[in-house]
Design a protein around this ligand. Sequence first.
Ligand SMILES: [Zn+2]
Length: 80
Amino acid sequence: MEVPKTITCVDCGQLAHRLSYPPEEGWEIGDYVAYRCSGCNDRWDLEVCDEDAAPTFVSYASEYRAILEERNRPGGSAKC
Ligand SMILES: [Zn+2]
């Protein structure tokens, strides 16, 4: 199974270069391949999957931002 050397960052549209080296036996479905964006410097982890399926983008930075936003959200407890 082949994985691309570069992908397009879904955040900023710049090229993200692969960090992971291919295993000797080649990539297998379920492996994670790390990329570093040359634009926003985000790290992306792609899960190797069937060619039919769309690649899954996982950004730790984006997840971290989501957690922060969750924390900053008003609690919804209406105590007046
Ligand atoms: Zn980027």
